[in-house]
Design a protein around this ligand. Structure first.
Ligand code: GDP
Ligand code: ZN
Length: 338
């Protein structure tokens, strides 16, 4: 019997094993074909459209191809030096979640950079409004809007306010997928459960004292919201190191970029250069020192990443050309760099 081939979508990922929903709705646990993971180390992520082969008398499918992605959520691989890690593929919106009572603006800036970099629609959702008082919430929303607007809307949700959840549901257009990012414990799983109206994801118990959520699972799963679109909670995403972030930084810091366009030197680093409009704005209090520092730090992180990538590429090329030379029988070190 010939092996069967199917097209499907990765709807759940835990411990590296993708669960694929085939076109007929059947769910199939899959592994990757060796050919796929060997050279480029391609791996299917949540949201990927894949081609699956099912060899006769085999209970698992084998992912043989991954379709080109319309969109990717990428961070720097936290365990390796200069390697990207794709966390999700093929989505239309990113929701960045933080608890309204514990908003960290610097982390939010980073989350927005990564979210904008994907090219998707971006929304900030401030959670747990029932734990904060109204005046504090209003002030926080204003501060967050100052960072996010107009590129991203800001919504506030609370467990005890169904209308606030409805407003989020309204963002999830049928046929679209939304990726939900945010630190562990911010209330992502709770939000998904409220959207669905059932306990589809397990909610982490809050430890006494530090108020941080604890996660029982690190699986990622596409959840269907009845009458709306689909949503993916991204648990276990601690570090968000920048990968390619040029456009993301531009979109997350339109105020600084507009100032930078007025600097005397086109390649101004906004440190000590004369005629620097960014520093002038800090001095005149038009731009806060915190936002300036944050912009500079993210730019530096991206530049450092780019250097490392170029270094890695150069070393790779050398390796390849060494091999070629050896194969061709040429003496080594003929035209090496100085
Ligand atoms: P996740 O790690 O981002 O998925 O966060 P969880 O959804 O697991 O939530 C972490 C903790 O915050 C849990 O104890 C939830 O019950 C609690 N929580 C989530 N949303 C709300 C809310 O709107 N109000 C209150 N009071 N607690 C919430
Ligand atoms: Zn400058």
């Amino acid at each position: 019997m010939a092996e069967a081939r199917y097209r499907g979508e990765v709807v759940k990922l835990d411990r590296g094993y993708p669960l694929v929903r085939l076109e007929d709705g059947e769910l199939l646990r899959c592994e990757h074909a060796t050919a796929l993971v060997k050279g480029e180390r391609r791996r299917a992520v949540i949201g990927d459209v894949v081609e699956v082969a099912v060899p006769p008398a085999h209970d698992k499918g084998v992912i043989e191809a991954i379709a080109p992605r319309t969109r990717e959520f990428v961070r720097k691989d936290p365990t390796e030096r200069a390697v990207p890690q794709v966390l999700a593929a093929n989505f239309e919106r990113v929701i960045v979640a933080q608890p309204v009572g514990e908003v960290n603006l610097r982390r939010l800036e980073r989350e927005l950079v990564l979210a904008f970099e994907t090219g998707a629609e971006v929304t900030v959702v401030l959670t747990k409004a029932d734990l904060a008082d109204d005046a504090a919430t209003r002030a926080t929303v204003e501060a967050v809007q100052a960072l996010a607007a107009p590129a991203a809307d800001v919504l506030v949700v609370s467990e005890d306010d169904p209308a606030s959840v409805e407003a989020v549901r309204a963002l999830l257009a049928p046929g679209t997928t939304t990726v939900l990012i945010g630190r562990s414990g911010v209330g992502k799983s709770s939000l998904v459960n409220m959207l669905v109206g059932a306990e589809v994801l397990s909610v982490g118990a809050v430890r006494e004292g530090d108020g941080k959520g604890r996660h029982t699972t690190v699986s990622r799963e596409i959840v269907e919201v009845p009458g709306a679109g689909r949503i993916v909670d991204m648990p276990g995403v601690r570090g968000l190191g920048l990968w390619d972030a040029e456009e993301g930084i531009g979109a997350a810091f339109p105020d600084v970029e507009a100032l930078a366009a007025q600097c005397r030197f086109r390649d101004c680093t906004h440190h000590e250069e004369p005629g620097c409009a960014v520093r002038a704005a800090v001095e005149s209090s038009e731009l806060t020192p915190e936002r300036y520092a944050s912009y500079q730090a993210l730019q530096q992180e991206m530049a450092a990443m780019r250097d490392r990538r170029e270094e890695a590429r150069r070393m790779n090329k050398e390796k390849v050309s060494d091999t070629k030379r050896r194969r061709a029988g040429a003496p080594k070190g003929g035209r090496r760099r100085r």
